[in-house]
Design a protein around this ligand. Structure first.
Ligand code: MCA
Length: 507
C-alpha cells in the first residue's frame, strides 16, 4: 500500500482494526461475523467488481435489504476506490429511473425479487451490470465473489476522490446527488469517535437503515473506526431493541426510535443497564421525549445535528451538560456561524441562517455546478438552509428551516416533489404539501388538493396512486380537499395557514 492510499476510508478503518478474530457484528439471528470476515468478504467483492471491469471512480448503485453482505459490499466499493451509491429500498421503479440515469452506475445491485423490473430499466440506460443480493446472502453478487481471492490491496485514492454519492430531494423537486469524499468521511468519523468516546469495548446497537448517512457513516463508521462491534438488527422493532440493549453499550437512532421505546410499557432502566450512550439525530428530538426518557431510564439522550451534505456538525457533549432542545456545540474542526442576509455574522442570540465549513463538508452536487455554487458563500461556508440561534454558552438550537421540507421519521421529504406528482393527476387542479405533527414520526406528509370542477377523487384514490409512484414515507398520510388554496398578495401559497388548520387532524 503506498502513501496515497492512506486516505482510503477503508485503509483508515483497517489501521484501527483489532485482532482479526474479534467479533465485528452479531445479527438478530445470532450469527457472528469477525473482522476477518469483513476483510475477506469485502476483498472478494472488490476483486469481483474489478474482474467485471469496474475501475476507480465508477459508481456502484445498491438497492438491497440490510444484511452483513450489504455492509461488505459498501466496504468493497470503498476499498476499490469506486463510489458507493446506496438507495432506499422503498424507492419505486420510477424513482430509481431518475437516480440511475443521473448517477450512471457501472453496476446496479438489487434484490432478486426486483431484478426483472430493474433489468428492463438497466437496458434502457446503456446496460450497466445487474447483480443480485438477497437478504439471506443469495444472489449473483456473492456467487461471483466467492470465486475470488480474499486478498485485495486498497486502491490508492487521494482525499478528494469520492467514496459515496447519496441523493436527497430538493426544493425544485429534482433530487440532487451529494458527493462525499474519502476525506469528508474520514475526518467526520474520526472526530465522532473521539468526541463520543468510542473504543474497542463498545458494542453499538444498530437498528438504522444503511442507505443513509446516519446508519452507514455515523453508526457503522464509529464502530469500524474504533475497532468496536455491532449488534446488527435488520430493522427497528422496539421489542427486539429492548432485548438487544442488554448486550450493547451504545445506541444511535432517530427520535421515533426513542418515542417507540417509551411507548413500550415494559421498557425500564434495567434494559439500559450496560448502555453508556444514547444518541439521537436526523430530526428534532422533542423536549418531552428527552425528559420522559431520562425519567424512565436515567439517561440523558445526546442530541446532535448533521446533514447528508456535511455529516455531523454539532453535538451535545459526552461529558458535560446536555442541553435539552439544543443540538449542542460545534464539533472540533467544524466552523459554524449564524448569519443574516448577505452572510453577515449575527452576534448574541439572534436567529439566522446556519452555515458550516470544514473538512466534513461535501464537495458539491453531482452534475450540478450552479446549484453547488449557489449553496456556498464566497468564503466557502455551506448554507444549510436551517435557521438557528445560540444561547449564552454557545449551544445551538435549530429553530426553523428556510427550505420547504418535511422530516418524517428521520427522512427528508421535499413537498415540491410530491406536489408536482399530485398536479399531474387527472382531476387535480393544484396542490400544497405540508408537514403535520405526529406523535410517532415527528412530522408526517399531508396534501391539500384542489380539484378541477366536476372532478371527484377520494383520499384513498390519491394515496393509492402516490403509493405506486413514490417511496412509502413520501406518500401523504392524509389528503384534504379544498375549493382553493390560501395565497398571499404575491400569489404564494400560505402553508402556515394550512398547517394551523389541519395540524390536529394528522391521523
Ligand atoms: C415508514 N413509513 C413511514 C416512514 N417509514 N412514513 C413516514 N415516515 C417514515 N419515516 C410508512 C410505512 O411504509 C407504512 O406505510 C407506515 O408508514 C407505517 O410504517 P411502520 O411499520 O410504522 O414504519 P417502520 O417500517 O417501522 O419505519 C419507521 C422507522 C423508519 C423505523 C422510523 O422510517 C426508520 O428507520 N427511519 C430512520 C430513517 C433514517 O435512518 N434517517 C437518517 C437519514 P403504510 O401503512 O401505508 O404501508 S440521515 C440524516 O438525516 C442526517 C444526515 C442525520 O443527521 O442523521
Amino acid at each position: 500500500m503506498n502513501s496515497a492510499s492512506q486516505l482510503n476510508l477503508y485503509s483508515v478503518f483497517s489501521r484501527n482494526f483489532p485482532e482479526l478474530e474479534s467479533v465485528l457484528l452479531t445479527t438478530d439471528a445470532g450469527t457472528v461475523y469477525t473482522y476477518r470476515d469483513a476483510e475477506h468478504y469485502s476483498a472478494q467483492i472488490a476483486n469481483y467488481l474489478t474482474e467485471l471491469g469496474l475501475k476507480r471512480g465508477d459508481r456502484v448503485s445498491a438497492q438491497v435489504s440490510k444484511s452483513p453482505e450489504a455492509l461488505w459490499l459498501y466496504l468493497a466499493v470503498v476499498r476499490a476506490g469506486m463510489v458507493f451509491h446506496p438507495l432506499n429500498i422503498a424507492y419505486t421503479d420510477e424513482e430509481l429511473d431518475f437516480f440511475l440515469r443521473d448517477a450512471a452506475p457501472a453496476v446496479l445491485v438489487c434484490d432478486s425479487a426486483r431484478s426483472g423490473a430493474l433489468q428492463v430499466l438497466c437496458q434502457g440506460l446503456g446496460a450497466p451490470y445487474l447483480c443480485t443480493l438477497d437478504a439471506d446472502r443469495g444472489g449473483t453478487l456473492m456467487q461471483g465473489a466467492q470465486q475470488c481471492s480474499v486478498i485485495f490491496d486498497e486502491v490508492a485514492t487521494n482525499g478528494s476522490d469520492l467514496a459515496a454519492l447519496i441523493y436527497s430531494s430538493g426544493t425544485t423537486g429534482r433530487p440532487k446527488g451529494i458527493m462525499l469524499s474519502h476525506r469528508n468521511l474520514v475526518e467526520n468519523i474520526s472526530v465522532l469517535v473521539d468526541y463520543w468516546g468510542f473504543g474497542r469495548d463498545d458494542c453499538l446497537l444498530h437498528a438504522l437503515p444503511i442507505f443513509h448517512v446516519h446508519g452507514l457513516f455515523v453508526a457503522v463508521g464509529c464502530a469500524l473506526m474504533s475497532g468496536g462491534s455491532l449488534r446488527w438488527l435488520r430493522e427497528f422493532d422496539a421489542k427486539s431493541v429492548m432485548q438487544n440493549l442488554r448486550h450493547s453499550t451504545a445506541m444511535m437512532g432517530v427520535p421515533t426510535y426513542y418515542t417507540r421505546l417509551l411507548a413500550e410499557p415494559g421498557f425500564t432502566a434495567q434494559h439500559c443497564a450496560p448502555i453508556r450512550l444514547f444518541v439521537s439525530g436526523s430530526a428534532p428530538l422533542l423536549a418531552d421525549t428527552f425528559v420522559e426518557f431520562e425519567r424512565r431510564t436515567g439517561h440523558r439522550i445526546l442530541e446532535r445535528y448533521g446533514m447528508t451534505e456535511t455529516g455531523m456538525n454539532t453535538s451535545n457533549p459526552l461529558r458535560g451538560e446536555r442541553r435539552v432542545g439544543t443540538v449542542g456545540l460545534p464539533l472540533p474542526g467544524v466552523e459554524v456561524r449564524i448569519c443574516g442576509a448577505d452572510n453577515q455574522i449575527l452576534e448574541g442570540k439572534a436567529v439566522g441562517g446556519l452555515q458550516v465549513r470544514g473538512a466534513n463538508v461535501f464537495s458539491g452536487y453531482w452534475n450540478m455546478p450552479e446549484k453547488t455554487a449557489a449553496d456556498f458563500t464566497p468564503d466557502g461556508f455551506f448554507i444549510t438552509g436551517d435557521q438557528a440561534c445560540k444561547d449564552e454558552k454557545g449551544y445551538i438550537s435549530i429553530v426553523g428551516r428556510s427550505k420547504d421540507m418535511v422530516i418524517s421519521g428521520g427522512l427528508n421529504v421535499y413537498p415540491k416533489e410530491i406536489e408536482l406528482l399530485l398536479d399531474e393527476l387527472s382531476g387535480v387542479k393544484e396542490s400544497a404539501v405540508i408537514g403535520l405533527s405526529d406523535a410517532d414520526f415527528g412530522e408526517v406528509v399531508a396534501a391539500v388538493v384542489v380539484l378541477v370542477d366536476a372532478a371527484s377523487l377520494s383520499e384513498e384514490q390519491v394515496r393509492g396512486v402516490m403509493k405506486a409512484r413514490v417511496a412509502n414515507f413520501k406518500v401523504p398520510k392524509r389528503v384534504f380537499f379544498v375549493d382553493e388554496l390560501p395565497r398571499n398578495a404575491m400569489g404564494k401559497v400560505q402553508k402556515d395557514i394550512l398547517r394551523k388548520k389541519y395540524d390536529s387532524k394528522a391521523m
